[in-house]
Write a protein that binds this ligand. Structure first.
Ligand SMILES: Nc1ncnc2c1ncn2[C@@H]1O[C@H](COP(=O)(O)OP(=O)(O)O)[C@@H](O)[C@H]1O
Ligand SMILES: [Mg+2]
Length: 280
């Protein structure tokens, strides 16, 4: 038998030797949960803690089961993506009974923020040059190369995710981050677009928020993923809607073998969407 004062017989795993984390900072409060910025193991390692609090309006047993299920499902999908080389945050720890998931903190801003700021600046400079700044972005203006390059990187990231058998289920420009290049994450050789480049749209696409994701290789599911993003893009960044659809198609097509079939499905899904909106 050993007593407490004796040195450890075996070296302790690191998790048992580090000091505890700092006070969490609330980043977002969504319908389903809260996202805190905190640290993991070391005060210098930032961490995103996704917490799903109990819902008092749901039956407690059902609520606990749903929360457990969703957290485990999100963790499982993230681990799979990471293992297969899709850029997503690492899973540090998970406590599905307590309702939280500790993830690698992704530096940078959501794509939505970068795109909105970029569009705002573009409009301002168009106006300053005496042109109407609210025209549709066609991708032909000299500075538009950066936006087209970003859209291509988004399509590439989705293609890689779909290729490994994951569908996201909630693709929006808020659910993808633009992580600055660096530390083993080099800008791809053809990654520099040669646009006016204020760096707003620079960075690696990191997909996040896999709470509604699942394993699927169905072309219909993949097409719905693309359609959801297309609609989200249209409502968040209407001036770049048409450009997005065009670039998405051409870049996604190159991402994996099955892609042309998915894009054919996408046509059908769009058609259904149009019919539905006509019926009102
Ligand atoms: N791993 C992460 N690193 C940095 N920020 C993150 C991370 N995960 C989420 N966020 C930020 O928190 C927001 C909400 O997280 P998300 O996973 O999308 O949850 P929700 O289901 O509430 O939308 C994201 O839009 C992003 O700004
Ligand atoms: Mg989200």
């Amino acid at each position: 038998m050993t007593d407490d004062t004796e040195p450890q017989q075996f070296p302790l795993p690191a998790i048992l030797t580090y000091p505890s984390s700092k006070t969490p900072e609330l980043i977002t409060q969504g319908a389903e949960g809260r996202l805190y910025k905190t640290t993991y193991l070391l005060p210098s390692v930032p961490c995103a803690l996704k917490y799903r609090p109990p819902k008092p309006w749901r039956h407690p047993v059902l609520d606990a089961r749903l929360t457990r299920h969703r957290i485990l499902s999100e963790a499982r999908v993230l681990v799979k993506c990471r293992r297969e080389g899709v850029a997503v945050p690492a899973v540090y720890a998970v406590d599905e009974a307590a309702g939280w998931l500790a993830l690698e903190w992704v530096a940078g801003a959501p794509v939505r923020v970068g795109v909105n700021e970029w569009l705002r600046r573009r409009r301002d400079s168009e106006r300053a040059a005496g042109r109407g700044g609210d025209a549709v972005v066609t991708g032909d203006a000299p500075g538009d190369a950066d936006l087209v390059a970003l859209m291509r990187r988004i399509a590439g990231a989705l293609g890689r995710m779909h290729k490994v058998g994951i569908v996201h289920g909630d693709l929006t420009t808020s659910n993808m981050m633009l992580r600055p290049w660096g530390e083993g994450r080099e800008r791809p050789a053809n990654g520099h677009a040669g646009g006016q480049g204020d760096g707003l749209l620079e960075g690696e696409i990191v997909l996040i928020d896999f709470g509604l994701a699942g394993q699927s290789t169905s072309d219909e599911d993949r097409a719905v993923d693309l359609y959801v993003l297309e609609r989200a893009f249209a409502s968040t960044h209407p001036r770049a809607e048409a450009l997005f659809s065009t670039v998405l198609e051409s870049a996604y097509r190159e991402a994996f073998k099955q892609a042309p079939i998915v894009l054919k499905k996408l046509e059908e899904v769009r058609m259904r969407g149009r019919k539905r909106s006509m019926l009102g």
